[in-house]
Design a protein around this ligand. Structure first.
Ligand code: ADP
Ligand code: ADP
Length: 220
């Protein structure tokens, strides 16, 4: 079954059409790249999936159900939507402890996601001093807390240095190998080509290609 299924999403902001019939499916056990230029509708689609934006038409389902109907949504979907809202004066570790606490999770779970996101060396520093790449890792750690089978990451390569980009690729692959569904957006096809199994390419709020990376590269 589909981990995420969006069908016929439409969304306007004033005179701007952000989504114009967005339709695609995300399956478990693979990385689905969500590619398109800035303004194509990647963020809006992801925000609709987790109920942060209401669509004008169409449906978005997670594991066959609307996000709003999930009883414990954070154990279903982990999302990195924009560089996490942080309290700059608190340590990154306190931020995660607070999030874990609010989900009924323990400090040992925090230690696990800190290790997974590669933040061990920096976790006691104040989040206000974090680089964008480190904030991305912190947002990923937060998204992993509930051990969700579905992960949605909006432009996670932004602000990452070359070492971070290599790490991110391997990390995304490892999530898929664990059987998770991973939807990862980028405005740069080059960031997704070597990482994704499947590509959904969008422009102006709609899908223009939806195929395995192998198929898309064979066509080129
Ligand atoms: P992407 O993530 O692919 O860069 P977005 O989903 O952020 O694209 O944006 C799609 C379109 O919707 C763009 O034209 C953008 O300016 C517009 N848009 C997105 N969010 C808002 C908003 N809150 N208010 C007005 N326009 C918006
Ligand atoms: P302390 O600052 O003494 O460690 P808590 O961690 O219990 O206190 O947080 C007190 C309140 O502050 C929480 O109930 C929560 O509403 C808010 N809060 C704490 N951390 C954050 C955070 N990272 N982001 C947003 N709100 C927070």
């Amino acid at each position: 079954t589909a981990a995420i299924e969006v069908a016929g999403l439409r969304k306007r902001f004033g005179g701007t059409t952000a989504l114009d019939g967005m339709t695609f499916t995300v399956r478990p056990g693979r990385v689905t790249g969500f590619a398109g230029p800035n303004g194509a509708g990647k963020s809006t689609t992801m925000r609709v999936i987790v109920g942060l934006d209401a669509p004008d038409a169409g449906t978005a389902l997670v594991g066959g159900r609307p996000y709003q109907s999930l009883r414990r949504p954070l154990t279903h979907v982990g999302a990195l939507l924009d560089a996490a809202a942080l309290q700059p004066g608190r340590s990154a570790r306190n931020h995660l402890l607070w999030l874990a606490h609010s989900q009924g999770l323990t400090a040992s779970r925090v230690d696990e996601v800190v290790a997974q996101s590669g933040l061990q060396g920096a976790i006691r520093r104040k989040a206000g001093g974090y680089s964008l790449g480190m904030r991305q890792r912190l947002g990923i750690a937060a998204a992993l807390l509930g051990d969700p089978p579905v992960l949605m990451l909006d432009e996670p390569f932004n602000g990452m240095d070359p070492e971070g980009i290599v790490w991110m690729r391997g990390f995304l692959r490892s999530l898929a190998v664990e059987g998770r569904a991973v939807l990862v957006s980028s405005h740069l096809m080059s960031e997704l080509q070597d990482t994704a199994d499947h590509l959904v390419v969008i422009g102006r709020g709609r899908v223009i290609a939806d195929a395995s990376v192998a198929e898309l590269t064979a066509d080129a």
